[in-house]
Write a protein that binds this ligand. Structure first.
Ligand code: HEC
Ligand code: HEC
Ligand code: HEC
Ligand code: HEC
Ligand code: HEC
Ligand code: HEC
Ligand code: HEC
Ligand code: HEC
Ligand code: HEC
Ligand code: HEC
Ligand code: HEC
Ligand code: HEC
Length: 288
């Protein structure tokens, strides 16, 4: 059923109002919308409403109607790439097999970023996805770059050789870039209550056998491996019992001399005769 000409005019004016709102909203120039006059074949007034509008370039959301997977990806993971499609895709839908090459249509990262990491990392797409640029899965492609961007970590691993030196960086830093692993993914703790923070307090991960620890490390942390020393110290009940292990063993395997804390307890004469404190005081953990 065709609408009557009065209805046509009413519909068109409603459309006109709508268009005017849209026009103002987008700040575009007038679309020249006028209600059609009853007759006059071949004049401008004769144009059917659907053709009465000047075509505007597609907006990002409109690209998204067809390319919804890319739109969604940008929305969820696009980061600072959440800009209009056409700022990157200056040309599109122009692929012609045999005449226009597909890769020539697609935008090039270098146009906007240049060789941002230097010539050694020129193949951007091996690590980055255009529509999710900061989602960097850990894999062999990324691994070639660890050594370029993090030379200190690499140098440390090679200087202090341990069995970790044999691992790929991404064996530990798996999943994605910046991921830091839990030691307990691969190891048992020395005592049940140890946490990741404890592991790192003693083991710098890139030189794991260079055990260092803070002066206030609890005695229990050592107890897992040195039960005998721990028990003896606890049970003896001397003034040494309250001291942290690290006070006398500031580095692993190091032993601080008694005189470091007791410089002038006995006369020089006596100490010349009996230089070993342990002769009278036994061992430090029990003082007997
Ligand atoms: C920051 C720049 C940038 C933005 C913004 C961007 N793209 Fe892309 N797009 C690219 C690049 C670069 C490629 C080529 C990727 C490649 O080589 O794998 C691409 C590829 C494509 C492809 C072809 C994919 C294929 O696998 O063949 C489509 C389709 C596409 N983009 C659609 C969109 C749509 C739709 C939007 C907006 C919702 C958009 N892009 C926003 C840079 C961008
Ligand atoms: C009506 C659906 C539709 C709309 C709207 C649409 N596209 Fe496409 N686009 C397609 C189809 C279909 C293809 C070809 C098949 C494919 O590669 O997915 C394509 C291919 C592409 C390609 C890759 C090949 C080439 O020739 O460039 C890019 C890039 C692209 N579109 C970008 C865009 C951008 C940017 C917009 C918005 C400005 C957009 N498209 C809007 C349907 C659409
Ligand atoms: C049309 C220009 C343009 C193109 C082409 C382009 N980018 Fe970008 N890219 C930008 C802009 C703009 C930003 C935001 C920069 C800023 O704010 O510092 C950005 C940011 C980024 C970021 C940081 C994202 C974030 O969320 O912090 C990465 C990574 C990136 N781009 C990689 C790429 C890669 C890889 C390509 C090719 C696949 C590419 N870009 C293509 C314009 C572009
Ligand atoms: C070996 C992998 C790799 C390659 C190849 C690579 N990138 Fe990156 N890119 C990264 C990593 C990793 C980051 C740091 C991400 C972070 O900060 O978490 C990064 C960061 C960026 C940033 C953000 C910089 C900032 O300061 O915010 C941009 C832009 C970028 N890359 C663009 C490029 C471009 C363009 C290319 C190609 C010329 C490229 N990348 C090649 C891995 C790579
Ligand atoms: C293109 C350079 C680049 C490449 C390639 C790269 N990174 Fe990074 N990485 C960065 C930047 C930039 C940061 C942020 C540094 C900061 O915030 O001080 C970072 C941070 C990190 C962090 C610290 C995370 C945190 O929050 O403390 C780890 C871990 C890391 N990268 C591991 C790796 C590993 C492993 C590889 C290789 C698989 C790698 N990176 C490849 C540039 C890069
Ligand atoms: C992805 C698995 C993985 C993670 C995560 C990991 N390691 Fe290891 N580590 C190994 C492997 C494999 C060895 C070789 C010996 C073995 O099989 O247990 C090893 C060996 C060691 C060694 C002995 C080194 C040697 O040369 O004898 C120490 C110490 C060590 N790890 C500490 C740690 C600490 C501390 C952490 C956390 C910061 C950690 N590891 C995280 C896999 C891992
Ligand atoms: C055995 C597992 C393991 C291996 C292998 C490993 N890392 Fe790490 N890495 C860690 C852990 C755990 C941390 C967190 C340290 C912390 O929080 O104090 C870390 C921290 C980092 C950091 C951020 C802090 C820093 O030291 O700058 C970077 C960058 C890094 N690693 C790069 C690398 C690179 C590059 C490689 C390969 C050469 C590598 N890692 C190999 C476990 C590992
Ligand atoms: C109090 C310091 C300390 C803490 C905390 C600590 N370690 Fe150790 N760890 C050591 C010492 C010391 C060694 C022996 C090194 C040697 O043989 O020279 C060692 C050895 C290891 C070894 C080598 C194999 C073995 O059992 O002898 C692994 C693996 C290890 N530690 C993992 C861990 C993990 C995982 C954690 C956290 C749950 C952790 N360590 C916490 C001091 C510590
Ligand atoms: C993972 C087990 C482990 C942990 C935890 C551990 N050690 Fe050890 N420690 C060893 C091993 C193995 C040796 C070497 C024993 C040997 O050579 O007979 C050693 C040796 C020592 C020695 C030297 C003994 C000597 O005869 O010269 C001292 C002192 C020592 N540790 C103190 C500590 C202290 C203090 C802590 C806690 C901060 C600690 N250890 C934590 C495994 C550990
Ligand atoms: C890290 C410092 C430190 C070291 C090293 C040290 N001591 Fe002590 N010692 C102390 C402190 C603190 C006391 C308690 C002093 C006080 O309360 O006046 C103490 C007390 C003593 C006492 C009195 C014990 C009591 O229960 O009344 C004797 C005996 C003693 N130390 C002998 C030794 C001998 C022998 C050595 C070497 C094997 C030694 N000390 C190493 C810090 C140390
Ligand atoms: C010949 C035996 C002998 C030797 C060797 C010896 N001491 Fe003593 N030490 C004693 C006696 C006896 C006392 C007094 C015990 C008391 O008063 O209960 C004592 C007391 C101490 C006290 C406790 C002082 C106080 O104020 O309570 C310290 C600390 C001490 N000695 C440290 C040392 C150190 C360090 C050495 C080695 C440099 C050493 N002694 C060597 C016999 C000895
Ligand atoms: C007051 C200083 C002092 C304190 C506190 C101390 N040690 Fe010692 N430790 C020594 C001295 C000195 C020796 C060397 C033997 C001797 O002469 O007594 C020693 C020897 C050791 C040894 C090697 C001999 C053995 O008994 O296996 C280990 C392991 C050890 N200490 C671990 C520990 C642990 C673990 C703690 C904390 C629970 C601790 N020590 C607290 C001074 C101390």
């Amino acid at each position: 059923m065709l609408p009557s000409s009065r209805e046509t005019i009413r519909i068109t004016s409603v459309l006109c109002v709508l268009l005017a709102v849209v026009t103002i909203a987008f700040g575009l120039s007038s679309t020249g919308c006028v209600a059609p006059a009853p007759s006059g074949a071949g004049t401008k007034q004769d144009i059917a409403p659907v053709y009465a509008v000047e075509i505007q370039p597609l907006k990002t959301q409109q690209c998204g109607r067809c390319h919804y997977s890319f739109y969604d990806q940008l929305r969820n993971e696009g980061g600072k790439h959440r800009i209009d499609c056409q700022r990157c895709h200056e040309q599109f839908h122009v692929y012609r097999p045999g005449r226009v090459k597909y890769e020539d249509i697609l935008p090039k990262c270098e146009t906007c970023h240049g060789q941002i990491h230097g010539g050694g990392l020129a193949r951007c797409a091996e690590c980055h996805e255009a529509h999710a640029p900061m989602n960097l899965p850990a894999n062999r492609a990324l691994e070639q770059g660890c050594y370029i961007c993090h030379p200190e970590a690499d140098k440390e691993m090679k200087t202090y050789v341990t069995q970790h030196t044999e691992l790929y960086c991404f064996t530990c830093h798996h999943t994605r870039h910046r991921h830091v692993p839990e030691c307990m993914e691969c190891h048992q703790p020395h005592t049940r209550r140890m946490t990741q923070a404890d592991c790192l307090a003693c083991h710098p991960p890139h030189k794991a056998l260079q055990v260092i620890y803070p002066e206030d490390i609890p005695q229990e942390s050592c107890a897992g491996c040195h039960r005998h020393a721990y028990d003896m110290l606890k049970q003896s009940g001397t003034k040494h019992t309250a001291l942290g292990c690290a006070r006398c063993h500031p580095e692993h395997r190091a032993i601080m001399p008694c005189q470091g804390c007791h410089p002038e307890t006995h006369s020089a004469d006596m100490l010349q005769k009996y230089p070993a404190c342990g002769r009278c005081h036994g061992i430090a953990h029990s003082l007997s």
